[in-house]
Design a binder for this molecule. Structure first.
Ligand code: CMC
Length: 429
């Protein structure tokens, strides 16, 4: 017999179905709650609210488990290419050879962006943050492909939009970097892989050959995979909620990029390095900074620590910490900030405040150290996260569409003034 939940309100009992997921996660289905009782639920930050049923990513925060379509993040990071993982997330299965070849070729053929977009870049100030430029550029793609705006678009149109977006985001990301540097644009090369092509557009010159370093390519491939999806996080929920109004994919993802930019989400990777630099410049007194993070009257938080879902460890952080050691050794880079990060982690993990609250290093704590070693400037870190997260956003948007989900529209408990009469300006105190 299937379980039900009983709620007693004003002496009357109501029954609601209990939903159980494939990994035994349980939820009370309250979709008929307001209609039958007149009540709504109140859940700031949606800490206890499931917004959808999803078959993309499974996350067990207590045990540090992360799986995409059933495959563990550890196995994917060790064995797959980023485009293979993108295919898996978006289409539900790992691609066979022909499917992967078709996908890679299709993405390869859409990497160029319209030349008019160069004029958008020219209008930005030289020090414009690349996340601001990226979000604007991705939204503007919808104006070049008006068919993407049709809510009754065909499966073929959706497919083309998806491939275009995967292809063009790295091109626009690299162009944003070139704009900041004041350097000429390097156009995409169809003979390189997804990651190699991005590296060439970032670090190459239009007039010179660019040799992709396999160590850097492989490290970046791994980093992108580790960011590829994370179920209903802030930016994915943003993409789903924007898409639920039938807004086009470009605009939905542009909103996701804006959500990711915040320092409590993807922007934490930039904030971590800035924090570590400040600690270094301040003399490296860990205890002082830990005390600041614990002080409720101080707005400082230990960036790269804590997670809404992981309360034991973040499996991505473990992989990245190991990768950071390997990459720095392979590239012969000696970054004192890595030692500082390790010392800070050690001190924090012994501190009662962090232990009690289940605050551990998250994916952003060590990723910036690898990006630095790869030559990527701090302001581009969150852009790297966005390139990695793109397949996840697309998969979440596509699933929402295929499920025929209703427009996202939360309720509220109104706490403002009750009805009162308008007061003429001369009579106001
Ligand atoms: N430093 C100091 N105290 C913290 C921190 C931190 N980094 N994170 C949480 N706490 C405390 C918080 O003050 C609260 O204490 P109390 O119970 O005494 O009020 C308790 O821990 C629970 O924190 P919360 O803010 O209620 O937890 P949340 O689930 O709302 O927030 C978080 C999660 C990730 C926003 C938060 O841990 C944080 O701000 N971390 C720093 C920013 C960061 O690294 N973000 C990257 C997240 S991982 C990448 C991604 O976005 O996917």
């Amino acid at each position: 017999m299937s379980e039900t939940a009983r709620i007693i309100l004003e002496g009357k009992e109501y029954e609601f179905p209990v939903i159980v997921g494939t990994e035994n996660e349980k939820a009370i289905d309250i979709s008929k709650l307001r209609a039958s009782t007149g009540y709504i639920t109140l859940d700031f930050g949606y800490k206890n609210t499931g917004s959808t049923k999803s078959a993309i990513t499974y996350l067990d925060g207590e045990n540090g488990v992360l799986r995409h379509r059933g495959y563990s993040i550890e196995e994917l990071a060790d064995n797959a290419s980023f485009l293979e993982v993108a295919y898996l997330l978006i289409y539900g299965e790992l691609p066979n050879k022909e499917q992967l070849e078709y996908f890679e070729t299709s993405v390869c053929h859409h990497t160029l962006v319209h030349e008019n977009m160069k004029r958008f870049f020219q209008a930005f100030p030289p020090n414009a943050h690349p996340m601001g430029m990226l979000s604007s550029m991705i939204s503007s793609l919808s104006t070049f492909y008006p068919e993407s705006q049709n809510p009754n678009r065909s499966v073929v149109d959706i497919e083309r939009t998806i491939h275009r977006l995967i292809a063009k985001l790295p091109t626009l990301a690299a162009q944003a970097y070139k704009h900041n540097m004041g350097h000429p644009t390097v156009y995409p090369s169809n003979d390189l892989g997804y990651v190699g092509n991005f590296l060439k557009m970032m670090f190459g010159l239009p007039t010179a050959n660019y040799e992709v370093d396999p160590v850097i390519e492989s490290a970046l491939n791994k980093l992108l995979i580790l960011h590829a999806d994370h179920e209903q996080n802030c930016s994915a929920s943003t993409v789903r909620i924007v898409g639920s109004s039938q807004a086009n994919l470009y605009s939905s993802v542009s909103a996701g990029i804006a959500a990711l930019w915040g320092p409590l989400h993807g922007g934490a990777n930039q904030a971590v390095i800035e924090m570590l630099e400040s600690i270094k410049e301040d003399g490296g007194d860990m205890e002082k900074w830990i005390a600041k993070a614990k002080d409720k009257n101080d707005s400082f938080r230990l960036m790269g620590f804590g997670h809404r879902v992981y309360k034991n460890f973040d499996p991505r952080a473990r992989i990245i910490k190991k990768a950071a050691d390997e990459v720095l050794a392979k590239l012969g880079v000696n970054d004192p900030v890595l030692d500082l990060a390790k010392r800070l982690e050690e001190v924090a993990l012994k501190d009662e405040y962090f232990v009690q609250r289940g605050l551990y290093p998250n994916v952003d704590f060590y990723s910036g150290i690898i990006y630095r070693a790869l030559g990527i400037p701090t302001e581009m870190f969150t852009v790297m996260f966005a390139i990695g997260r793109l397949p996840g956003w697309i998969a979440q948007w596509k699933e929402m569409l295929e499920n025929g989900e209703p427009i996202g529209r939360p309720r509220q408990v109104y706490t403002g003034a009750t009805e009162r009469s308008f007061v003429n300006i001369n009579d106001r105190s």
